[in-house]
Design a protein. Structure first.
Length: 347
């Protein structure tokens, strides 16, 4: 799962665990095995998939129906459905269009404001993303955008003493390989660092432009591709530290996953990481190769006492994020939206 998919799935599971009734409407076809859907009430409807299904097929399901609210958790909702709440995870495609394929950029540039105008309410995943939304879409008001944080599965991501020690020291990063994740600078910064290899978990996504300078022919770097949750749990528990040099994030789950597993975290000094990681991370300037290198070297060379102190701050930071708390907040927003008249930009 990507971060967006994990958000949608985890909210659905939390709503189920809270005993909240809802129906999940999906295109026809098999659901990927990563998703445990046994407790979900699912209707497979219509034909096609992806954007075509969402925009042109799904609206027909609601013809003649009343007293419903559509909750779209993955970035857009059908512009033909007025009784909906949509989620905007971030607006990176507007902040830096060159990171994305032209097709992706133009589709979301055109469709996102239309979907926002036809929504009762907007959800987003951080105060930073809310600020971006209000900046780029001034027709929205502050009270129509609510922050509902990501969280992690604490039953899965945790410190596990049964996991064997790694066969070699390594620094871990987990992310899709795309321009905003800043891997070119990370790889340049890692040149000359000794005593630990760099493990990169993730793969390319076709919606992003390919990057130059990401050669995989290096003895000090391992590209591991995609990893299952159980593999991630093992890597987080074994790593010397976790590093994420992103230039832009809406939220970013991997730093929290690493903290939950007792892995010290190094992240970019950007507003959203300060918001999410607070005092539990070591920060660096993501535009500076030298500063990225400095942060990694200092972390690798820090003594056990300082490392343990950072790990404990990470554990303490986790209490701010809960899927159940986020699901409860969404229920409140849905119930309020059901009783409100559509706002002006929805008419």
């Amino acid at each position: 799962m990507t971060g967006v998919e994990r958000y949608a799935y985890s909210i659905c599971m939390a709503l189920t665990e809270l005993g909240m009734p809802f129906t999940l409407i999906c295109p026809k076809g098999a659901i990927r095995k990563e998703y445990d859907t046994e407790r979900l009430n699912i209707i497979h409807y219509g034909f096609g998939g992806s954007h075509l299904w969402e925009q042109c097929v799904l609206p027909w399901f609601f013809v003649g129906k009343k007293d419903y609210m559509v909750l779209s958790l993955t970035g857009l909702g059908s512009i033909l459905i007025r009784h909906k709440i949509m989620t905007i995870h971030d607006l990176s495609f507007l902040r830096c269009p060159s990171w994305f394929s032209r097709t992706y950029y133009w589709y979301y540039r055109f469709m996102t404001p239309l979907a926002a105008r036809t929504s009762r309410h907007i959800l987003t995943v951080s105060e930073f993303s809310k600020t971006e939304i209000l900046h780029f879409y001034p027709f929205l008001t502050d009270d129509k955008v609510s922050v509902v944080y990501n969280a992690i599965n604490s039953r899965l991501f945790k410190r596990d003493s049964s996991i064997p020690a790694a066969t070699e020291r390594f620094v871990l990063t987990v992310s899709s390989i795309d321009p905003r994740k800043n891997f070119a600078r990370l790889l340049e910064a890692y040149k000359g660092i000794s005593g630990a290899k760099l493990y990169i978990v993730g793969n390319y996504n076709q919606v992003f432009q390919k990057q130059e300078g990401l050669s995989q022919d290096r003895a000090d770097v391992k590209f591991l591709g995609r990893a299952s949750d159980s593999q991630l749990l093992e890597l987080y528990n074994q790593a010397c530290c976790f590093v994420l040099p992103s230039l832009y994030e809406g939220f970013g789950l991997p730093p929290l996953e690493a903290m939950a597993c007792g892995c010290p975290v190094l992240v970019s000094d950007i507003p959203v990481e300060r918001e999410i990681c607070a005092d539990a991370a070591r920060y660096f300037n993501p535009l500076s190769v030298e500063d990225i290198r400095r942060a990694i070297v200092e972390q690798l060379e820090c003594d056990e006492s300082a490392r343990n102190e950072q790990i404990e701050r990470g554990f303490g930071n986790m209490g701010r994020f809960s899927w159940h708390s986020s699901a409860r907040k969404i229920v409140e927003i849905v119930e309020k939206s059901l009783t409100e008249q559509p706002c002006k930009h929805n008419k």
